[in-house]
Design a protein around this ligand. Structure first.
Ligand code: HEM
Length: 542
């Protein structure tokens, strides 16, 4: 078709105008509009309580920028509200999460409407390889049944007595290693030693097996290494939107996870197999006290057939290891860090030990195997129970440095929390022990000060309300190892502080690593010295 000359001219003129002059104007208008909207949105956000949010990406940028100090960033978000929404990119989580520090909400989630707040699919799926169908990664009737069997075993006096012996033995080994370092004034990582000790003790109590992580040469134990790596990689999945793809392709850290799980499974199934055979062969031998033997024994029906498969037993014992190992070790590490900052508190603990030692509490002179053993024999379940100040100092540590700093559930149905917050079905709904432990409205103006005295009345330990001090969770899923953890921590703290004053290596950085368990990112590098004159340092966290 022939075109009209006039039209052609007009068309070219318009396109010329748009292309040469209107284009930049439109672009400038668009940028101007966007910047104005950004400014307006930013202003509107200033009045929003909790973290600032942006369309599509939510608070992702702020989270990424603050990742290394996530718990303190969360604490800042609670400065003007007790509950907030936290949105991330839809690929990570399609619904905003809800976080609260309000004890009424915490009680509602953990107890009053417990059935509406299971751990949920997202949580359990990520931990499946490591935890299997163990207590940490199941909900509903599977959880109920395991809780029933585990609580029965955990409350037995026999297990408590066995644990006391094991805790004493390994805390003494730890002190012997400290004595070696002290004799040459050598620096060492006390967090690493605590981790070794608690893996040895949980393995001994769980499997009845010696892992020798705390033997004098401090060796690398393959099971221990794989256990650490598998823990880290499983929890890393919570922040990695590509983990399923990596698992499918069997690449990167997902491949590593698979290899680690295999090493742990081979070891565990081997122990289970041997134990079953031994128990079947030596029926007239005294019963072994470790959990594995007790589970096999408990769950064998009258015809001698085990009700639990090897896989069930593997899951139960590995869950026990994960539950008790890192939590206790990191709490002890933060406690010892507090002792380096507050020698006056360490001194009071040592004074209290005189109630146990019936002699001057602080050991002077050479630290030998004999002196360690002699003192350790005085530390029994009963005598440790009398150490109220030590108990308070450990609780105070957990208030400020809870081993599990953030806890989350998944709403099964739409709901409304006691403070009026609407919860949409499927929302991640969590509470934050790290922030709760530092809130002035809960602990008073001195919330940031390490002060064991706040737990004492007339010298006796006073527990705080469970939904205010939430380090062990509360309600039907409360920690089953709380008493056992205090027992081990008191045993270890009493033995270490009796013989040594700890000093932080000057310049050693103290910071947590953002993980499911609040460990010290760079460890706890200290020197141990014979107790000497003690100087107080400022009694604050900063
Ligand atoms: C200072 C040490 C400890 C702290 C702070 C602690 C804290 C916790 C927390 C916060 C939970 C809830 C976790 C969740 O559901 O996501 C929990 C659960 C649990 N803890 Fe502990 N724990 C400690 C030591 C131990 C020890 C030594 C054991 C074993 C002897 C243990 C056994 C368990 C078990 C079996 C559960 C699962 C309860 C359930 O789901 O019904 N914990 N613990």
């Amino acid at each position: 078709m022939k075109s009209e000359p006039g039209w052609s001219f007009q068309y070219h003129s318009m396109s010329h105008l748009i292309g040469m002059s209107a284009g930049p104007i439109l672009v400038a208008l668009a940028i101007g509009g966007f910047v104005t909207w950004l400014w307006w949105y930013g202003q509107a956000q200033r009045n929003t309580q909790g973290p600032k949010r942006w369309p599509l990406i939510g608070s992702t940028i702020e989270i990424v920028l603050n990742w290394d100090r996530l718990h303190d960033w969360m604490l800042e978000q609670f400065s003007d509200t007790k509950t907030f929404h936290l949105a991330t990119m839809a690929t990570v989580s399609p619904l905003p999460s809800i976080f609260t520090v309000d004890p009424a909400n915490v009680e509602y989630i953990l107890k009053t409407n417990f059935s509406n707040y299971p751990k949920g699919y997202v949580h359990c799926e990520r931990l499946r390889e490591l935890f299997g169908m163990g207590i940490f990664a199941v909900d509903g009737h599977l959880w109920k049944e395991q809780r029933r069997v585990t609580s029965y075993e955990f409350s037995s006096a026999a297990l408590r007595d066995f644990s006391t012996v094991v805790f004493r033995e390994y805390a003494s080994k730890l002190v012997s290693i400290l004595a070696r370092f002290a004799s040459t004034a050598e620096e060492f990582d006390l967090q690493d030693l605590c981790m070794r000790m608690t893996l040895d003790t949980t393995s001994k109590i769980g499997f009845g097996v010696e892992l020798h992580c705390l033997s004098p040469s401090l060796p690398t134990v393959p099971f221990a290494k794989c256990f650490d790596d598998a823990n880290y990689i499983s929890f890393y999945r919570f922040g990695d939107p590509l983990w399923r793809l990596k698992r499918m392709l069997n690449i990167g850290i997902e491949r590593k996870l698979k290899e680690c799980i295999k090493v742990m499974d081979d070891f565990t199934f081997d122990v289970i197999d041997k134990r079953r055979k031994d128990m079947a062969a030596f029926t007239n031998q005294p019963k072994q006290s470790d959990l594995l033997s007790r589970f096999i024994d408990l769950c064998t029906d009258d015809g001698g057939i085990s009700i639990y498969t090897d896989k069930d037993l593997r899951d139960m014992i590995l869950n026990f290891l994960v539950a008790g190992r890192d939590t206790t070790a990191v709490t002890l590490s933060w406690f010892f860090y507090m002792m380096t900052c507050h020698p006056e508190v360490a001194n009071k603990i040592v004074d209290e030990l005189s109630t146990v030692a019936q002699s001057p509490a602080q050991h002077t002179g050479e630290v030998t195997e004999e002196t360690i053993v002699e003192f350790s024999k005085l530390l029994t379940y009963e005598t440790l129970g009398k150490l109220h100040y030590l108990h308070a100092a450990l609780s105070e540590t957990l208030r400020l440095y809870p081993a599990v700093p953030i806890e989350g559930k998944e709403a099964a149905e739409d709901d409304v929390l006691p403070d009026g917050t609407f919860v949409k079905k499927g929302s991640h709904t969590g509470y934050v022990p790290y922030s709760m432990g530092r809130m002035k409205f809960l602990w008073g103006d001195d919330a940031m000060i390490f002060k064991p005295e706040r737990w004492l009345e007339n010298g006796l330990y006073q527990p705080q309300p469970l939904f205010k001090f939430s380090a062990f969770q509360a309600g039907p899923r409360t920690c089953l190892g709380k008493d056992s953890a205090y027992l081990q921590m008191k045993m270890t703290a009493a033995l270490v502080l009796r013989f040594f004053a700890l000093h932080l290596v000057p310049g050693h950085p103290i910071h947590y690593r953002t993980m499911i368990v609040l460990n010290l990112q760079h460890g706890l590098r200290v020197t141990a010295m014979p107790p000497s004159s003690v100087h107080s340092s400022p009694n604050t966290l900063e």
